[in-house]
Design a protein around this ligand. Structure first.
Ligand SMILES: NC(=O)c1ccc[n+]([C@@H]2O[C@H](COP(=O)([O-])OP(=O)(O)OC[C@H]3O[C@@H](n4cnc5c(N)ncnc54)[C@H](O)[C@@H]3O)[C@@H](O)[C@H]2O)c1
Length: 283
């Protein structure tokens, strides 16, 4: 089935980035959220991101207008009824995602593909909220969406090979590369990156200075960003949530570092609260 109309649920960090790259690839796309102010904030973020391209000389004002013209917005997920592909990017709460997929199941065309952008919840558990789990798949974009080339494609237990293939084709049409991952906590990327961040936090517990840990990984391993800087960027609460999810699935080897837990308790979440491993209040 040819994908022409895409419906994105959530206008937050991921939802607006996903909407942007889909519109840039020439699709007609609708971005949904629960409040108009969230939709407007999402649209403004897309506008700003495209303005950066204009500044860099990789996009013209006319092209920006064409891309923005492909984006519609709504506050009603029932408007997904005409969509060929729905990508859900609502908050990382299983019950909420299951509720959304139940609603999508009731309104969407029988041949629509229903995708979730979840970072760590089981795709199968989300798919099983519908009567068509064979058409539900994980399409996991990375943050920032317009920049990162790789996208994880995660088949649920019942997802058909046809839906997986169509999802990969769609990802390629956005000039991105699909990486197929098993439906296990953290898939591939979060599973490996969270383990690195957790162990970097244990290095700090053992007396290493955060700036030395990050410098070592940037200069000795050619990482573009240190693991503790990455933790501050993602948010300690998000990293703890991911680590706990994987601890539940993989056991002892995944126990969150005690320092990570105490930082979350103290509100030292990283950039978003002004303090994490580093101080952002002066920057
Ligand atoms: N932030 C990241 O770095 C990142 C990376 C990869 C994947 N993800 C995943 O993407 C998803 C979204 O994350 P985010 O960071 O964009 O969250 P966010 O909080 O920035 O955005 C979520 C948006 O969904 C909206 N929403 C809530 N309920 C809704 C509903 N019923 N219908 C429509 N919209 C609704 C919220 O109002 C909010 O604007 C999560 O599953 C997250 O795990 C996040």
């Amino acid at each position: 089935m040819a994908i022409k109309n895409v419906f994105v649920i959530g206008a937050g960090v991921m939802g607006n980035g996903i909407t942007q790259v889909i519109a840039e690839a020439g699709y007609s796309v609708t971005m949904a959220d629960i409040k108009d102010e969230f939709v407007q904030r999402g649209l403004a973020a897309i506008g700003k991101s495209l303005d950066r391209k204009i500044k860099k000389g990789t996009m013209t004002e006319d092209e920006k207008a064409t891309v923005m013209g492909r984006i519609k917005t709504t506050l009603d997920n029932n408007d997904a009824k005409g969509a060929d592909l729905v990508i859900e990017a609502a908050p990382e709460v299983l019950e909420l995602k299951q509720k959304i997929f139940k609603q999508l199941d009731a309104v969407c065309k029988p041949d629509a593909i229903l995708a979730t952008n979840t970072s760590s919840l089981p795709v199968t558990a989300i798919a099983d909220a519908t009567r068509r789990p064979e058409r539900v798949v994980g399409i996991h974009f990375m943050n920032p969406v317009p920049v990162i080339k790789g996208v994880e494609v995660i088949p649920g237990a019942k997802t058909t090979a046809k839906i997986v293939a169509a999802s990969k084709e769609f990802v390629k049409s956005l000039d991105k590369e699909p990486c197929e991952a098993k439906d296990l906590a953290g898939f591939i990327v979060s599973r490996l990156v969270d383990v690195l961040m957790n162990e970097a936090i244990r290095c700090v517990e053992d007396g290493n200075k955060p700036e030395e840990v990050d410098k070592a990984m940037r200069l000795c391993c050619n990482f573009p960003i240190g693991p503790l800087e990455l933790c501050d960027l993602a948010g300690a609460d998000i990293v703890l949530h991911g680590t706990e999810t994987m601890y539940a699935e993989f056991g002892e080897r995944w126990a969150p570092a005690p320092l990570l837990k105490s930082m979350v308790k103290e509100g030292k979440l990283g950039r978003k609260t002004g303090r994490g491993f580093y101080d952002y209040t002066q920057k």
